[in-house]
Structures are given as structure tokens and as C-alpha cells.
Write a protein that binds this ligand. Structure first.
Ligand code: GAL
Length: 436
């Protein structure tokens, strides 16, 4: 029954989002009209899911620079709300199959991008890399995730970290948690103390944030190399390690999280920590943009290090669970020349060092002006250089959209029935069906 309800609600959200983009794009747009007499037909339509928190604030900065330097080709902001692209990806798939692509769209580096490449929906952009000298400036590991059969397919604007434990220092103090947990045992002990102090131990949001949490628990439990193996043909999802991770995840869900998780966005869950109603939350570092950004941009204007703190998710110290937002050149882009210019701009130091300090991500370029970044991002910049890298599941690096969808279905059931054995079995089946 609840499964049916969930299905229809998801469909409703999808239809509403689709209508927003296909029928009344102007309503969802932050478009500025081109000056009278200019080539009004040139509009740069860019598709993303950056509608709130530091996401929207960062995008607004980029739009500002773009519109100033391109008065005859203004930005048309085609966003579809829903963290992690939970609605946007379905809308995008519809548009691409209906041959109605935007001029550029957000796609995660890695397997998610490969879906679009293999479907022939995006153009190779080696010439943009050549023109703007981007190959030398981006990290090699990232370049390999946007290259397919020797060709480059997107411009990464940032690198995010997914395995971050955010906390409220005042709440920890009140609960008698004297140090930030680094091991699983310490984490459980801290969650117990928070529970005894009458706060939500671990704030949680809607389903994709639960997958995000599960991903970090798997990495903490299996380590980086164990995690990497899961995504290969020989990966063993039936292992004792995966069982431990599923059990740990179940413990978090059933003992330490808020009961209304399913109806909260990632910002809602983060705000529980910010407001002192919860001790911890696991979320990607876009949370730093939301916590520290200005209230004018809809953010919380908290003081990093004082009002909120951060650490690696316990058990994953020294591992950077990473992802990257990259932008593409769709085949049949209505304003191809403007889209090429946009991609060159996104790769520039100016765009990356303007966008990322607000978005809560480190730049993809390796020549960032670190002085422009806040305390959390300075920490992340250092960690990126020394940590082992683990690609994100929830944000498209290690598994494509189909594998993600199989895991989503299994997780949707698990959240309702908490049948750990059935969940693991479904994960094994998802691997069998999708690993290549
Ligand atoms: C991720 C995306 C981030 C951030 C986050 C929450 O998938 O890469 O840029 O937007 O979702 O919406």
C-alpha cells in the first residue's frame, strides 16, 4: 500500500517537474531579457538541479558573470528542483529522447556521464580542452572519468566530497561527547549519548540522502579497495563485509534517526543540526555552502568551526568519497556556439573560484586561489591531495543510472521492511544485472 502511494507521489512530482520545464520554461527561469535590438534568439539554456542552498547561490554568481559578458546571449536557467537530481534526471531523459536538449546540462563525471555518451546524446569536446588548455589543469583521475574511447565529453566545474560527518559542537558538548568519533564504535557511543541527551542523534532526509548515508557506511566498513571492487564484474555483494555494512546502516535507521526522514530535504535534515535539534548529519559538502552562505542567498550564515563542525564519516578517515559536477555539449544544442563558450567559461579559473567557495566544493582546476576558500574547503583541499579516492554511487561515479535505479528500488523496500537479508540479496541481484 505505502509502496503504491510512494510510486504515485514520485510520478506526480515528475509530471509537475516535467510540465515546469517543457511547458512554461520561463517560469522556472532566472532569465534576463536581452537588450532591445540584440540577437534575442540567442539564449543559453542550462539544465541543472541547483535550486536551493549554496547550489542556487553559486549558480547565480555564474549567471551574473555570464550575463555581463554576454549581453546578446543571456542565460536561461532551466532548473528542476530536487537534491541530487532526484527529479531532474528523469526530466532530462525525457527531453533528450524527445530531441529537446538544453544547450548544456549537468551530468556527474563517471558512469552517469557515460550513459549519455553511449546513448549518443552528447558531443565530444576535445577541441574545447585544446582551445582553453584544460587538460593540463584538471587532475588526471578526473580526466579519466570524463574520457570515453579517447575523447573528452564534459567540463567539470568542481569536486565534491560525500563522506562528511557534520555536527553541532554545542550539542555535542551538552551531550557529553568530548571528541568527534573516528571509529564505528566511537560513533555508536556518541549517538547513544546524544539520544540520552534528548536530541536526534543523526538527522536524515529523503530517500536519496539515505542512499548517500548507506554509501558512506559501506566505504567505512569495506575500506576504499573493498568499495572499488564492488563495482567490478567480480565484486562480491554477498560478503560478510557487505552484511556488516547493511546491519550497521539498519541500526542507524532504526535507532538513531528522525522518524520523519522521508519527508525532509537534505537542507531540512542539515537544519536540524544547525538548530541544535540534532547532533550529527552525514551529507556532501554542498552542506558547507548551505551552512555558511549568506541569508540573502537563502542560506544559514553560520560560523564554520564554531556553529558547525565536520570530520570524515567514522571509519573512513583518509578516504575521499568524491564526485564531480560536469557540464556537457548535447547533440543538437539549440545554441551550440554559446554552449561552447559556456563550457570554456566553466573551465576558467574565474568561474571556478567564484562558484566553488559559495557552492561548497573545491575547484576541479588544480590552480585554485586557496585564500578564497573558507575553513571547511581549505580542509577539503588538503584532504583531496592526500586521501585515497573512492567514487560516489549516489552521485554517478561508480554506477550508471540503471544500476542506481536497481539499488533505489531495493532501498525503497528496505526502508519500509528493514529486512537486511532481503536487501543484501537484492543488492547481489543488482550487481548481477548491471556490472560490466
Ligand atoms: C549532487 C550534486 C551536487 C549537489 C547535490 C545536492 O548530486 O553533485 O552538486 O547539488 O547533489 O543537490
Amino acid at each position: 500500500m505505502s509502496k503504491v502511494l510512494l510510486g504515485s507521489r514520485t510520478r506526480l512530482a515528475f509530471v509537475a517537474a516535467l510540465a515546469l520545464v517543457l511547458v512554461v520554461p520561463a517560469a522556472a527561469s532566472a532569465r534576463t531579457k536581452a537588450p532591445a535590438g540584440s540577437a534575442a534568439s540567442c539564449e543559453l539554456s542550462v539544465f541543472s538541479w541547483w535550486t536551493g542552498g549554496g547550489e542556487a547561490a553559486g549558480l547565480t554568481k555564474l549567471i551574473g558573470i555570464w550575463n555581463k559578458s554576454n549581453p546578446t546571449c543571456q542565460f536561461k536557467n532551466e532548473t528542476v528542483a530536487g537534491g541530487a537530481g532526484s527529479n531532474a534526471k528523469a526530466v532530462l531523459a525525457q527531453r533528450l529522447s524527445a530531441n529537446k536538449p538544453p544547450d548544456s546540462f549537468q551530468g556527474h563525471a563517471g558512469k552517469e556521464l557515460q550513459d549519455y555518451i553511449k546513448a549518443g546524446q552528447v558531443e565530444p569536446i576535445d577541441f574545447i580542452y585544446k582551445q582553453y588548455g584544460l587538460s593540463k589543469i584538471m587532475p588526471k583521475q578526473l580526466i579519466s572519468q570524463i574520457t570515453y574511447k579517447g575523447h573528452l565529453y564534459s567540463v567539470p566545474v568542481n569536486i565534491h566530497r560525500a563522506n562528511v560527518l557534520w555536527f553541532n559542537p554545542a550539542v555535542l558538548k551538552k551531550a557529553g561527547i568530548t571528541s568527534v568519533p573516528t571509529t564505528w564504535a566511537q560513533f555508536i557511543a556518541a549517538l547513544d549519548k546524544a539520544k540520552a541527551a534528548g536530541v536526534i542523534p543523526l538527522a536524515l532526509g529523503e530517500q536519496w540522502t539515505q542512499k548517500h548515508l548507506f554509501e558512506t557506511v559501506l566505504i567505512s566498513t569495506l575500506g576504499q579497495s573493498g568499495w572499488d571492487k564492488l563495482w567490478t564484474k567480480g565484486g562480491n555483494w554477498n560478503s560478510a563485509g557487505v552484511k556488516t555494512a547493511v546491519d550497521r546502516f539498519n541500526t542507524l535507521l532504526t535507532k538513531y534517526t528522525n522518524s520523519d526522514a522521508g519527508s525532509l530535504t537534505w537542507q531540512d535534515a542539515g537544519k536540524l543540526v544547525a538548530d541544535g535539534k540534532a547532533a550529527f548529519n552525514v551529507m556532501g559538502d554542498w552542506q558547507d555552502g548551505y551552512f555558511s552562505g549568506t541569508t540573502a542567498g537563502g542560506n544559514l550564515a553560520l560560523k564554520p568551526g564554531k556553529d558547525y563542525g565536520w570530520a570524515a564519516v567514522p571509519g573512513s578517515v583518509g578516504v575521499y568519497d568524491w564526485l564531480s559536477d560536469s557540464f556537457t555539449l548535447p547533440k543538437g544544442a539549440p545554441h551550440r556556439a554559446a554552449a561552447i563558450k559556456w563550457l570554456g567559461f566553466l573551465g576558467s579559473e574565474k568561474a571556478q573560484d567564484t562558484f566553488n567557495p559559495v557552492k561548497g566544493s573545491i575547484p576541479a582546476r588544480q590552480d585554485a586561489k586557496t585564500s578564497l576558500y573558507g575553513p571547511y574547503l581549505k580542509w577539503a583541499l588538503t584532504q583531496w591531495k592526500t586521501d585515497k579516492l573512492a567514487g560516489s554511487l549516489t552521485h554517478g561515479v561508480v554506477a550508471n543510472n540503471a544500476w542506481n535505479a536497481s539499488i533505489d528500488t531495493a532501498l525503497g523496500l528496505f526502508i519500509q521492511n528493514h529486512d537486511a537479508a532481503a536487501f543484501q540479496k537484492a543488492l547481489v541481484a543488482a550487481h548481477g544485472k548491471n556490472a560490466s
